[in-house]
Ligand binder design. Structure first.
Ligand code: AKB
Length: 317
């Protein structure tokens, strides 16, 4: 029986992951935590936890006999640039706290399986942008991207040196309707649906031709759970896996929305997030994820558009 801890449960991924894990493992075995006292998504078991409080974290892991932890608390690319030192501290120390606890638990004969999200932000301006390979030049220029690349190296280090069973995915931009994204460069791909459904013009903060890799939340959650459930010997990469979903530009997404909402209009006013997006891949080669643990994306751009238009709740945007 698994006992699962989700850190950052009120975030975009956390809110949906807690639900999916509860269905799989039983709500009694899933502990949702976040820095906020508000149990925003009605998790059956919720408590306040600051991932930077290593003592509180270790105490929770041991008192609840946790066997799997998903460390999702982080500052994303756009908000990270507003407070680089804070982003570095949260993103790095949060991960290190978990890895250290996993190392200690392993020594006690109580292994803790760790999931930690990396991102396409770990790539940089000298990375090949089309079908970006798993192993390639990585020279991120945002503090978020630098923390993701450093985090990938730490994950592999703790695996090689201490045998910690840590697993990771380089998430593309994730598109979802349930919970809002938290300050990323790919957020336009959600905000655009809210504007379309409110009957408003959308002013996009990226230029019309800025193609980026994206993935629908259902595929992202499935990838995460499939990776965590794969037999350990199949998880050959312990830094982080490329996982591809779809790729599109703002102009292409706007056209796909217009096919359903003909009067929808978009204008473009790139801001500082454009410089970040310009250094990221346009598409990913995820051959290793496919070969090692059978990953296969299912949801196309047209399906994403249909699902988002049917489900986005404009009352909460
Ligand atoms: C962001 O835009 O910062 C995130 C990401 C791609 O990691 N969505």
């Amino acid at each position: 029986m698994e006992r699962i801890l989700v850190i950052g449960a009120n975030g975009q991924i956390g809110s949906e992951l807690v639900e999916a894990l509860s269905i799989r493992h039983g709500a009694d075995n899933v502990f949702a935590t976040d820095i906020s006292p508000k149990n925003l998504y009605g998790a059956a078991q919720y408590q306040v936890l600051n991932v930077l409080d290593e003592e509180a974290l270790a105490q929770l892991v041991s008192s609840q006999d946790i066997t799997q932890v998903y460390q999702l608390a982080a500052m994303l690319s756009a908000t990270g640039e507003q407070a680089p030192l804070k982003a570095w501290k949260l993103n790095m120390d949060g991960l290190l706290n978990i890895l250290e606890i996993a190392r200690e638990r392993k020594e006690l004969g109580k292994p803790l399986k760790v999931f930690w999200p990396s991102s396409i932000a770990a790539f940089g301006p000298n990375t090949p942008q089309d079908a970006t390979p798993q192993m390639t030049v990585m020279d991120p220029t945002s503090i978020y991207g630098i923390s993701k690349l450093a985090g990938e190296r730490l994950c592999e280090y703790y695996h090689l040196k201490y045998g910690v069973d840590v697993r990771s995915i380089r998430y593309p931009g994730i598109i979802s309707y349930k919970s809002p994204p938290g300050g990323g460069t790919t957020d336009y791909a959600i905000a655009i649906f809210h504007a379309a459904l409110r009957g408003e013009r959308y002013e996009c903060f990226l230029g019309p031709q800025t193609t980026l890799p994206m993935i629908y939340m259902a595929d992202a959650i499935r990838a995460t759970i499939e990776l965590m459930e794969a037999p350990a010997e199949k998880v050959k990469i312990r830094s982080s896996y490329n996982v591809a979903g779809v790729s599109f530009s703002p102009q292409e997404l706007a056209a796909a929305i217009k096919a359903h909402v003909p009067r929808f209009a978009v204008s473009y006013k790139p801001d500082s997030r454009q410089q970040i997006a310009d250094t990221w891949p346009q598409s990913l080669d995820d051959a290793e994820a496919r070969a090692d643990w059978g990953w296969q994306a299912r949801i196309s751009v047209d399906e994403i558009v249909r699902e988002m238009l049917a489900n986005v709740d404009v009352k909460v945007s």
